[in-house]
Design a protein around this ligand. Structure first.
Ligand code: CA
Length: 466
């Protein structure tokens, strides 16, 4: 079996500020979600409203709440141009990092997840990054040397969750009318299983293996009686290629994120079977994690950085800020997509396609600070445990991971640093989670994950590898 690290081309690190023609060509190839903003559909989805950004202005005064004795004003954070990255971009662009003294933060666009992984291994001193945006459990896999070059262990700290929701499962248009929605009845299950029997298995893609996108599509399939390891074919494919293949009919599904759910329907590529917000409302999504050596060396700068991020996340969740948010992140140096494409998901408006009712609810949109359950930014250790438990479920990590959970999570999850930074940012005590566990989690199929007993959760699942 090939190692993860061999599956990804090692692309050169690209700094947003200096994005050149060459880098944008590189970026077209392999993003977390397909870029191609100006592509045919962009124009259509634009609806003739034009892409002129709103005028924006920083809200915070640089150094207004500067942390005394800050060890550095600079850090380089990688991001993938999808909605998960918005708080990092907003913290930089609206001056929230600067407000706490982090005046020289670089937010650096990464060509793909493999590049981000390679760049954090190098570190900013070597022209890479110090940390940034990650799918889970990438910070754990990097810490353990499971996806790094030569299995080098790079201890990482998980410091904050960036967002919840904003992801979904897209299905190619040729499968319309087969009942492929959130829940699959027996006929729909047989439809997918029969494809495998006919020698043309349902092929579904994600952009990096063994992390969120892979885990969402596996959860959805297994909950619907389909074994993701034997009844379908799951594979890693660069996002743009997946969408091209869905258009020609050679790819059947794609675990994807905003703004692609909208574009997939509008561009007649296919439809959405489910949003992750329907599979697990308020689910954990992507995270800020930084190299442990950087954080240990810069404790005050870390607090300043996190306080700025927290303020940015609060800002992002105010409905009245979403238009300006779209205007900033859709810009050429960030996501480089039409604001008209980003606006509906940021308002919680989803066209699902395949005769499914549209969704129109702000609380179904990507959320950054608060959802119906509670705090989004705090990195609950219980969520890290869910990702590790799912990794055990599918044979990605050994079963002993669960008996060693306290030690493993204790080394990576730094919710303690988040709490200190929340106080610095003036978050009221009542809004700071008291427990490292969010408690029992509930899924669309009626399953429950009790963080006190992950073994019981595994036992309750009919389809698994372990
Ligand atoms: Ca995602």
């Amino acid at each position: 079996m090939t190692k993860f690290s061999e599956n990804f081309s090692r692309r050169k690190f690209i700094v947003t500020a200096g994005a050149s023609a060459v880098s944008s060509i590189l970026l077209k190839g392999c993003l977390g979600n397909p870029p191609e903003p100006g592509a045919s559909a962009g124009g259509e989805a634009d609806g003739g409203t034009g892409a002129t950004p709103l005028a924006t202005s920083p809200v915070a005064v640089a150094n207004e709440k500067r942390v005394e004795g800050i060890e550095s004003t600079k850090i380089t954070l990688g991001y993938i141009p999808i909605v998960e990255a918005a708080p990092l971009i907003i913290a930089k662009e609206k001056g929230f990092f600067a407000k706490y003294g982090m005046t020289d933060v670089v937010v650096a666009k990464q060509a793909n997840w493999g590049s981000a992984r390679d760049n954090v291994e190098i570190g900013s001193a070597g022209g890479g990054i110090d940390g940034g945006q990650w799918q889970m459990p990438m910070p754990y896999l990097i810490s353990k040397g499971l996806i790094t070059k030569n299995s080098v262990q790079i201890p990482m700290y998980v410091l904050a969750q960036l967002n919840t929701q904003g992801n979904g499962i897209a299905i190619a248009g040729k499968h319309q009318g087969k009942g492929l929605g959130l829940k699959l009845d027996q006929a729909a299950q047989n439809y997918i299983k029969d494809l495998a029997k006919a020698g043309t298995p349902f092929k579904a893609a994600y952009t990096f293996p063994k992390v969120n996108q892979d885990l969402w599509i596996r959860y959805w399939l297994a909950a619907n009686g389909i074994n993701p390891d034997t009844d379908v074919s799951l594979l890693t494919v660069p996002a743009a290629q997946t969408v091209a293949n869905m258009k020609t009919g050679s790819m059947d599904g794609f675990s994807t994120g905003d703004p692609w759910p909208l574009r997939i329907v509008k561009e007649n590529i296919g439809f959405m079977s489910a949003l992750t917000a329907e599979i697990w409302k308020g689910h954990p999504e992507e995270y800020l994690a930084i190299r442990g050596d950087w954080v240990d060396k810069h404790p005050k700068a870390t607090a300043a950085l996190l306080a700025g991020l927290i303020e940015a996340q609060q800002w992002c969740d105010k409905p009245e800020h979403r238009a300006e948010l779209v205007s900033i992140v859709s810009g050429k140096s960030f996501f480089d997509v039409s604001p008209a494409i980003l606006t509906p998901p940021y308002e919680g408006k989803y066209t699902m396609g395949d005769a499914k009712p549209d969704i129109n609810e702000f609380k179904m949109s990507p959320l950054y600070w608060k959802d119906d359950i509670g705090n989004v930014s705090y990195p609950y250790a219980s969520h890290d445990l869910w990702f590790l438990t799912e990794s055990v479920r599918w044979g990605f990590l050994p079963t002993k991971t669960l008996s060693q959970k306290k030690e493993i999570i204790g080394k990576v999850n730094r919710g303690d640093l988040w709490k200190a930074a929340a106080k610095l940012a003036g978050v009221p005590d009542a809004e700071i989670p008291k427990n490292t566990s969010r408690g029992i989690e509930k899924f669309f199929d009626g399953k429950e994950f009790n963080p006190e007993n992950p073994e019981e959760y595994l036992k309750s699942l009919a389809i698994k590898k372990v």
